[in-house]
Design a protein around this ligand. Structure first.
Ligand SMILES: CC(C)(COP(=O)(O)OP(=O)(O)OC[C@H]1O[C@@H](n2cnc3c(N)ncnc32)[C@H](O)[C@@H]1OP(=O)(O)O)[C@@H](O)C(=O)NCCC(=O)NCCS
Length: 202
């Protein structure tokens, strides 16, 4: 997860070039991946507080939702309950996964996998070619998730996390729209015990 960076709010608007992204994916077990809205923020902040030692505040998430030309946030929900979220910040062709968590009671149900599949798909649609992120070196669960998608270590930020001074591992996934990366995501999706029912569009 990225340390908090406060940026100036941007006016709401269309993404560059007027592009739109699918945003939604409905799965056969009833889980829906969809764009994050203000109404989800109470649950999002609660999952964040339960997941991260140095959690982002609700107002920080609110600020992110006011920057739609450079941020793309997704939630996963099971019927009405929000069970996870993932954030993407992008500039031109470079994207950064900024925050990502699944409700502690709903882990190991492939929720994160489904959020990351959707973020990668949407990032490609937004013109992103490379994705990067920081992850605590001790976070073997997240590192394993990202490695499975082809993210590779690209460096260390020493003492990056303010709460305990832990180092961050920087990971990169290049050419996300390329054949190798796309095929990897196809294999990941095919191996899931659940299937996509619909991608209804933006
Ligand atoms: C990391 C996290 C998002 C994974 O969410 P999840 O929905 O449980 O993950 P999935 O079920 O989709 O698992 C996908 C892969 O991640 C890895 N993984 C997930 N949890 C794991 C664990 N406890 N131990 C080892 N590997 C794990 C596995 O490779 C798994 O693939 P597999 O099911 O084929 O073994 C979740 O544990 C979480 O919210 N952690 C706290 C917040 C956090 O660390 N966020 C990331 C910040 S960079």
């Amino acid at each position: 997860m990225a340390e908090v960076v406060v940026s100036a709010a941007e006016p709401a608007g269309r993404v560059p070039g007027g592009a739109s992204v699918p945003g939604h994916t409905e799965w056969s077990d009833g889980v829906l991946v969809a764009p994050m809205k203000r109404r989800h923020l109470r649950a999002v902040a609660s999952i964040e507080a339960a997941s991260n030692g140095h959690p982002w505040s609700r107002s920080l998430f609110e600020g992110e939702l006011r920057m739609p030309t450079s941020r793309h946030w997704l939630i996963a929900r099971d019927h009405r309950e929000v069970v996870g979220f993932a954030g993407l910040m992008w500039t031109l062709d470079e994207g950064h996964i900024t925050n990502f968590a699944v409700h502690p009671a709903r882990r190991r149900e492939h929720i994160a996998t489904r959020l990351l599949l959707a973020q990668c798909r949407d990032a490609v649609d937004l013109g992103v070619t490379s994705l990067t992120l920081e992850v605590r070196v001790s976070n073997s669960a997240a590192r394993s998730l990202y490695s499975g998608f082809g993210f590779a270590p690209g460096g260390i930020r020493r003492g990056y996390y303010n709460d305990n001074g832990e180092d961050a591992l920087i990971m990169w996934l290049h050419d996300i729209g390329g054949e190798e990366s796309s095929q990897r995501r196809t294999r990941i999706e095919a191996a899931l015990p659940v299937g996509v029912v619909a991608t209804p569009g933006p």
